[in-house]
Design a protein around this ligand. Structure first.
Ligand code: IMP
Length: 203
């Protein structure tokens, strides 16, 4: 059986494939469906955006489809950048992309002491079927925002996301270790068993 993953990133397909570890289910990314139109992530929550992407992929392909949406929530910033994490700098007119997002985040926290820099990554996964049924999974990973970036690995906010159990930022962790403890891993663990039964019953 095939499960479409609503992403054009083959790395994400491999990561989700390994995290979900579903026997007899092949995860296929949108590179296999080049005609699929892009979906605007206009939702106000991770759930809205994951649902928009999963429903569009299921409707286009006629197959069950999985989409995820995630972001970083900083308590001292009342949960920002949140659902707008990818576009934090752009929304604020100070550039675009990972380096500008991270620089803006650090600049908003210059007066915030270590004890008040708690943050978490949050991920929501939606699996939608062409006939309108859906499953939802959620996961978080707790940490805090470092005073400056450390490490070269990962992407996005990884250099400034300090993960206490490893005494390291996500950019300093080996990617295999980050993959085990991330918000995406937690969301996959949350949905995995239900998804397995769901696909067995609906495939
Ligand atoms: P997406 O929904 O997985 O595309 O994530 C949206 C944005 O959240 C990304 O562009 C990053 O800025 C941020 N983000 C999500 N997951 C991670 C992560 O594991 N590390 C660093 N940044 C992340």
């Amino acid at each position: 059986m095939r499960l479409v993953v609503a992403t054009g990133n083959p790395g994400k397909v491999r990561e989700l494939s390994s995290l979900l570890d579903l026997e007899g289910v092949e995860l296929v990314g949108l590179t296999s469906f080049p005609d699929m139109p892009a979906v605007d992530e206009t939702g106000e929550t991770y759930l809205d955006n994951a649902r928009l992407k999963a429903r569009a992929a299921a409707a286009h392909t006629g197959l069950p489809a999985l989409a995820d949406d995630s972001g970083l929530e900083v308590d001292a910033l009342a949960g920002l950048p949140g659902v707008r994490s990818a576009r934090f700098a752009e929304d604020n007119g100070v550039g675009k992309g990972d380096a500008d997002n991270t620089a803006l985040l650090l600049s908003r926290l210059t007066e915030t002491p270590d004890a008040e820099r708690s943050a978490r990554f949050r991920c929501t996964i939606v699996v939608a079927t062409p006939d309108g049924r859906e499953l939802v999974g959620e996961g978080t990973c707790e940490g805090s925002i470092a005073q400056r970036g450390h490490g070269e690995g990962g992407f996005g906010y990884d250099p400034v996301f300090y993960y206490p159990p490893e005494d390291a930022t996500f950019a300093e962790l080996p990617s295999a270790r980050k993959q085990q403890v991330s918000h995406r891993a937690a969301a996959c663990a949350d949905i995995r068993d239900t998804l397995e039964s769901f696909l067995a019953a609906n495939g």
